[in-house]
Design a binder for this molecule. Structure first.
Ligand SMILES: [Zn+2]
Length: 168
């Protein structure tokens, strides 16, 4: 192994995951501002057992504020943070978090699903080409809501406004 390969991975943006803090011991008390403690509380509040994987992925998801991520992006973050986890596990965890209401799923293309750490009702711009999903800051009001068929009610309205760069 060369000197270069042995050098520890340092990335300004992706700080190494403090795995030693991933204790799954129950902790009492309220949210403290410590990301690990808060993720543990968050999981408990929605009835998910705080396993190491859920804590690690939860930390990567929620410690950086509002984010829109695909499973592949989170998988990459985990590997960069030196938390070895399979893409399948990332998918499972994201789906569990979504079912528990911690995340919101935003389908953009048939093949692309983003997970939003802001689970509240809001809409998105999707920048084609860049593959970037961003929040629309204002509330978008629909002039006329379609009447749902009999026996159904509107559960949620997802609006994705697709953008592309103007040709100059
Ligand atoms: Zn969003």
């Amino acid at each position: 192994m060369s000197e270069l390969e042995r050098r520890p991975f340092v990335d300004e943006e992706h700080t190494e995951l403090p795995v030693e803090k991933l204790s799954t011991e129950p902790s009492a008390g309220r949210r403290t501002g410590c990301p690990f403690h808060d993720v543990r509380m968050m999981l408990r509040e929605v009835g998910l057992r705080p396993t190491r994987q859920r804590l690690a992925l939860g930390w990567l998801l929620f410690a950086k504020g509002g984010r829109h991520l695909t499973a592949e992006m989170l998988h990459e973050d985990a590997l960069k943070a030196r938390f070895p986890v399979s893409l399948a596990t990332v998918y499972n965890t994201l789906n569990q978090f979504t079912e528990a209401g911690l995340l919101r799923e935003v389908a953009v293309d048939g093949s692309k699903t983003y997970f939003d750490t802001d689970a509240s009702d809001h809409h998105h711009f999707y920048v084609e080409g860049d593959g970037k999903l961003v929040d629309i800051p204002d509330t978008l009001l629909l002039d006329k809501m379609p009447e749902p068929p009999e026996g159904y009610e509107v559960s949620r309205v997802d609006v994705v406004v697709r953008l592309r760069r103007k040709e100059s």
